[in-house]
Design a protein around this ligand. Structure first.
Ligand SMILES: [Zn+2]
Length: 171
């Protein structure tokens, strides 16, 4: 079971193994904010609850990770919705549209790729949105590490242990 690691300002930084979280706490670098109710760490002498969320006491510049470009992360950024018709698209049905088509020199990167359902992707074909008279729901950008990007940094799309959820803005 992993522990959610927060920065001094409560921003999610990532997930670490509970052993690492205990080390941070034991060495006085982090505080434990939440524990797992149903998990106990036993040593020879003591037993204590497993940490679920820990927070660094001091700011940590180095740990901010940029969100790497991948299909999964584009899917998460676009909230599983076709960016043309806004219908929900499952992972299996998902296609990725080059806004400026590759045949016209469009790059494969955050600001030129959106999640699209198959019908929209086929309809748009090798055209730009304006040529195809199809409007984008929003202008695609690279997610910021501490805004929309945290779910992707953490490898969490829709799942997080209960004690993490308030810190991830899920409740
Ligand atoms: Zn669509």
């Amino acid at each position: 079971m992993d522990t959610l690691l927060l920065g001094q300002g409560y921003e999610p930084l990532g997930r670490v193994g509970w052993q690492r979280a205990m080390t941070l706490w034991f060495t006085g670098r982090a505080e434990i904010l939440e524990e797992y109710d149903d998990r106990v760490i036993r040593t020879v002498r003591v037993a204590f609850p497993m940490p679920a969320v820990v927070r660094f006491f001091r700011s940590t510049r180095a740990r901010r990770a940029a969100v790497r470009f991948s299909r999964e992360q584009v899917y998460a950024r676009d909230h599983g919705r076709c960016q043309y018709c806004s219908s929900e698209v499952t992972r299996r049905e998902s296609t990725y549209d080059h806004i400026v088509p590759r045949s016209r020199g469009g790059a494969t990167r955050w600001d030129n790729i959106v999640l699209a359902c198959r019908p929209c992707n086929q309809r748009k074909a090798d055209r730009t949105p304006s040529e195809a008279h199809m409007a984008l729901l929003s202008r695609p950008v690279q997610p910021a590490p501490h805004a929309d990007g945290w779910r992707m940094v953490l490898g969490l799309v829709g799942e997080a242990p209960a004690p993490w959820r308030p810190y991830l803005g899920l409740e």
